[in-house]
Design a protein around this ligand. Structure first.
Ligand code: GRF
Length: 215
């Protein structure tokens, strides 16, 4: 698979660290930002780390076409977004239909978009979490593969909540990617199946305790 990112790349790191336990292989990493720390992580792991700077392209369509060309040189079976902070064009999303995954820090379909930690705390929600989903043209709206939930503590602030959610992300993303690359996941236009059993609308469910016990 090819991983796209724009920043820190802690999810990339988790995918790389856990790769020996799973059926996927990261063959390339592409960043739209030259200063993304994720590029250094890829280099350290001996994986091609490529910058395709969006600022050097006249528009979104041109950029995404160049991105498709670069990704497809790796001939990946799957493209994984890991903190890739750009809106994708419809033609990009259609090109990778059912083989483009994202991780989003909320219990989708709740809290699409940015600043989820702040919004969840402001709304005094009792739960928060993270979702791995297929990418479709509508923002954060594709079929859900897996979701991990935690109970918000009275003492949680944005920073602590982010830390707890990301810790879950680092376990759930390798698990969800492996569902796909091991052939356990199948899709038709309406639903996802895991081991041939239809998954509910919220995908495969995990909680903080279960994920941390596995660390
Ligand atoms: C993650 O929290 C993910 O949910 C969101 O962007 C963040 C990326 O973090 N899409 P990192 O770059 O993997 O550390």
């Amino acid at each position: 698979m090819v991983v796209l990112l724009s920043g820190n790349g802690s999810n990339l790191q988790a995918l790389l660290d856990q790769q020996p336990n799973y059926s996927y292989e990261v063959v390339g990493v592409i960043s739209n930002r030259p200063d993304a720390k994720g590029l250094q992580r890829a280099e350290l792991a001996g994986i091609p780390a490529i910058t395709l700077d969006h600022k050097t392209f006249p528009g979104r369509e041109d950029y995404d076409q160049a991105l498709i060309t670069r990704i497809d040189q790796f001939e990946p079976g799957l493209v994984v977004l890991a903190g890739y902070m750009r809106i994708l064009t419809g033609s990009f999303v259609r090109h990778y239909k059912n083989r483009l995954m994202n991780i989003h820090p909320s219990l989708l379909p709740d809290y699409k978009g940015l600043d989820t930690y702040k919004r969840v705390l402001n709304d005094r929600q009792r739960q928060h979490g993270t979702t791995v989903h297929f990418v479709t043209e509508a923002l954060d709206s594709g079929a859900i593969i897996a979701q991990a939930t935690l109970e918000i503590a009275a003492s949680d602030d944005e920073q602590s909540l982010c830390k707890r959610v990301q810790r879950m992300e680092h376990r759930i993303y390798p698990i969800a990617v492996d569902f796909y690359t091991s052939g356990r996941l199948s899709m038709d236009d309406t639903r996802i199946r895991l081991d041939n059993i239809p998954l509910g609308k919220k995908g495969y469910q995990l909680d903080e305790q279960t994920l941390i016990e596995q660390l």
